[in-house]
Write a protein that binds this ligand. Structure first.
Ligand SMILES: [Zn+2]
Ligand SMILES: [Zn+2]
Length: 135
């Protein structure tokens, strides 16, 4: 797909991914769960060059979490993105992008060793631990 539009809950921030497939992954790490009240379902558009902030980039508040930038909408609080400047790699909240989640393939679960026992997703897929080793 090309030029995939996404937006936060209030619509102040609009993001376009220039090119992406259908891959969605879950992150079970402590920070994601604490900030979002559960695992985060994410897409990985990759480099900055693949992303356009169509509207409201100035409304994005960045929380510096170690070397990672976590961005959220300062108006509605929607979790928007994670950016690793060292690797020029964006990951984003998959649920911003209606066209992706309609037919997404749920391909991986990350930080699976940090997942608490009280929930699990149905079905089988690749599971990686905090060292990105398959488990
Ligand atoms: Zn918003
Ligand atoms: Zn995480």
């Amino acid at each position: 797909m090309n030029n995939i539009k996404g937006h936060c809950a209030c619509g102040a921030v609009e993001i376009i991914i220039k090119e992406y497939g259908d891959f969605v992954y879950a992150c079970h790490c402590d920070d994601c769960r604490r900030m979002n009240s559960g695992p985060v379902l994410s897409v990985n558009p990759g480099p900055k060059e693949n992303v356009t902030f169509e509207r409201g980039e100035e409304k994005i508040t960045i929380y510096h979490d170690g070397g990672i930038e976590r961005g959220f909408c300062s108006v509605c609080g929607s979790n928007l993105l994670w950016y690793n400047p060292a690797e020029n790699n964006y990951c984003m909240n998959a649920e911003l992008f209606d066209d992706i989640i309609q037919n997404a393939s749920f391909g991986a679960e990350l930080f699976y060793d940090m997942k608490p026992g009280y929930y699990s997703f149905a079905g089988e897929r690749k599971k990686l631990n905090r060292n990105f080793e398959e488990i």
